[in-house]
Design a protein around this ligand. Structure first.
Ligand code: MRU
Length: 306
């Protein structure tokens, strides 16, 4: 399942807003269009939008090299909370400042893509160490092949655990209002033949209180130097319930999701205003403090947090 593909001089993006009902592909011809499909949530998930942005800059350099830096800025402004995108764009900036040759940008995008794939493979292997027996796992949002390159992060661990006979059941929070859990994670679990149940977000603490969850495994959009976890809104309530009922709460993220800076209230939390009701307040992400996190798993290994 590829969230996007390079076809000659443009990109084809699988519009995740229509999944799993319909497979709709959108053509993207430059970085501005790339920024728009990120903003509109056609493509989402912190690691994949970073890789996608690198490819957007490559195709932009083929058609409109004079506005490469403006395209870079549009991409940078498309998602403020997740850190992967910003890190990749900082990394590619010297190539643009050096003339932005298409072949350099292409090689950069390819390298970033394969780096992310290798990272996910390492994460899944570390994650398997969490499973000393068959477990009932709770996960949230979508952290699978639609959100990254390869198997996925938190969902990648679940897939590998299932292939090793270690999953009894997966509970997926539906993840209101875009329903990344109910639509995208459920779809990926179905394709893998993993037993699952989708649960409305407000059921999650109750499930945990009833002893129905052995472990919660979620992704992240940014982990600060002091280990505050920025992830899909709703993650904090899972962490709180897990700590109260003594269920391990595990955050999984590639090293590309780690911010070198400590937590600051200046980090922008996206508010998505395109939800159906104008009288709603809707933050896209929340922040879980490190004292609620049991473990963080990345491609560097497993870290005990609190
Ligand atoms: O708003 P989304 O769908 O991009 O939110 C995604 C998440 O919150 C994921 O947990 C995160 O990006 C990690 S994906 C590997």
């Amino acid at each position: 399942m590829e969230p996007f593909k390079l076809v000659g001089d443009h990109l084809e993006v699988l519009d995740q807003r229509f999944l799993p009902e319909k497979e709709v592909w959108i053509r993207v011809h430059n970085g501005f269009e790339g920024a728009r499909v990120i903003k509109e949530m056609a493509i989402r998930g912190a690691p994949i939008i970073a890789v996608f942005s690198a490819y957007c800059l490559y195709i932009h350099s083929l058609r409109e090299p004079e506005s490469l830096m403006q395209a870079w800025e549009a991409l940078r402004n498309s998602r403020p909370t997740g850190v992967n995108l910003h890190k990749i764009l900082d990394e590619v900036k010297p190539i643009i400042e050096n003339g932005g040759k298409p072949e350099d940008l292409y090689n950069f995008a390819r390298a970033v893509e394969s780096r992310e794939r290798e990272i996910n493979e390492k994460i899944a292997k570390y994650g398997l160490l969490l499973f000393d027996r068959k477990k009932r796992v709770l996960t949230y949002c979508n952290t699978g092949s639609l959100a990254t390159v390869g198997l996925g992060t938190a969902l990648g661990i679940i897939k590998l655990a299932h292939r090793n006979g270690l999953i009894e059941e997966v509970y997926v929070g539906e993840t209101s209002p875009y329903l990344q859990g109910a639509r995208l994670t459920a779809y990926e679990l179905r394709l893998e033949g993993i037993p699952y149940k989708v649960v409305p977000d407000n059921h999650i603490p109750f499930l945990i209180s009833r002893g129905m969850v052995d472990i919660a495994i979620v992704g992240a959009d940014r982990i600060t130097k002091d280990l505050f976890v920025f992830n899909k809104i709703g993650t904090l309530s899972i962490a709180l319930a897990c700590r109260y009922y003594k269920v391990p709460f595990v955050v999984v993220a590639p090293s590309t999701t780690f911010d070198e800076n400590p937590y600051s209230d200046k980090i922008e939390i996206e508010e998505r205003l395109d939800i159906p009701r104008e009288d709603y307040l809707y933050f896209a992400f929340d922040i879980t403090p490190p004292d609620l996190v049991d473990f963080i798993i990345s491609d560097k290994g497993i870290r005990k947090v609190s």
